[in-house]
Design a protein around this ligand. Structure first.
Ligand SMILES: NC(=O)c1ccc[n+]([C@@H]2O[C@H](COP(=O)([O-])OP(=O)(O)OC[C@H]3O[C@@H](n4cnc5c(N)ncnc54)[C@H](OP(=O)(O)O)[C@@H]3O)[C@@H](O)[C@H]2O)c1
Length: 286
């Protein structure tokens, strides 16, 4: 497992691209606040920003990166293709709009936000995902994206893609936090050299009042948020905490100066249903 020692320590994707091992999330960050909070995150030292077309805040991310004084290549930017834009042609058009919003001529990582699922699309679901993926492969081959991946794909969605793709996904971004450990999906991805990114790594804050996490946090003189994030990176997954408060944005970076024991990792991993959305991915209607 690749070990991280600081906020900018990279993990290496299957294609050799380096990705900073902790990212800054922007889901539900209002577009009008995005420039300010992303600027703060960059000044604190984050070099990896996660956004999506759905969030409506790509422009704020792009402007913050532009005005940061950092070179474009010093910041790793991820965005995602929304569900209404599935299919080859729509995916290409939506990607171009994302580049425009971000005021950049390439993306570091582009993800299919959610798989088309059988509940909505029946037997066509896998084919729709593959058709969308062909657009990602072509954009990658043209050098417009440095790495391509998926989000919210479980092994049953990944199987068909892995069998039929020319280029395998390098990343899968899924919900992971204490209380929603996703052990099987993580093992599956790690076996296939797909980096798992954790969305809602704090269980959307609801995990933070758990007594087990509080007790462990006290032992290390850290916070429960830091323990949640540490539990992620010690499994080789990449957490994407979101906050619009500067003190918390910074707090969430202090996770490289303590180490959970194997027992603590297991105890945290055995917690169940603490916050987040805990969605069964084949049942969603969007
Ligand atoms: N691919 C997907 O489908 C998907 C889905 C959801 C999320 N994501 C990505 O993953 C990122 C993280 O997920 P998330 O935003 O849903 O949940 P999260 O990061 O688990 O939790 C965010 C919540 O925790 C609070 N918080 C953050 N740091 C804190 C701290 N140190 N102490 C106390 N409270 C704290 C935030 O409040 P304040 O902001 O008020 O500080 C916010 O309410 C998103 O922003 C997005 O980039 C992806």
């Amino acid at each position: 497992m690749q070990k991280l020692s600081s906020l900018t320590s990279p993990l290496v994707l299957a294609n050799g691209v380096e990705i900073p091992g902790l990212g800054y999330g922007t889901y539900q960050t209002p577009p009008e606040d995005t420039y300010k909070v992303v600027s703060e995150a960059l000044s604190i030292g984050y070099r990896h920003i996660d956004t999506a077309a759905l969030y409506g805040n790509e422009s704020g991310v792009g402007k913050a990166v532009k005005d940061s004084g950092l070179k474009r290549e010093e910041v790793f930017i991820t965005s995602k293709l929304w569900n209404t834009e599935r299919g080859y042609d729509k995916a290409i058009a939506s990607f171009n709009k994302t580049l425009e919003n971000l005021e950049t001529d390439y993306l570091d990582l582009f993800l299919i936000h959610w798989p088309a699922n059988e509940k909505q699309f029946g037997d066509e679901a896998n084919k729709i995902n593959l058709d969308t993926w062909r657009a990602f492969e072509d954009l990658y081959k043209e050098g417009k994206i440095r790495a391509i991946g998926v989000s919210n794909f479980m092994p049953n969605h990944l199987e068909y893609l892995l069998e039929n793709a020319e280029i395998k996904p390098m990343v899968n971004q899924i919900e992971v936090h204490p209380g929603w450990p996703q052990t099987e999906a993580i093992r599956y991805c790690q076996r296939h050299d797909i980096l798992v990114e954790a969305w809602a790594p704090l269980g959307e804050a609801a995990a933070l009042s758990n007594e087990v996490l509080q007790r462990i946090a006290k032992k290390y003189d850290h916070t429960t948020a830091q323990v949640c994030l540490r539990w992620g990176i010690q499994q080789g997954i990449l957490p994407l905490p979101k906050s619009v408060h500067k003190n918390r944005i910074e707090e969430n970076t202090h996770i490289f100066d303590f180490e959970l024991t194997d027992d603590e990792m297991d105890v945290i991993g055995s917690l169940r249903n603490l916050g987040g959305q805990c969605k069964v991915l084949d049942q969603v209607d969007f």
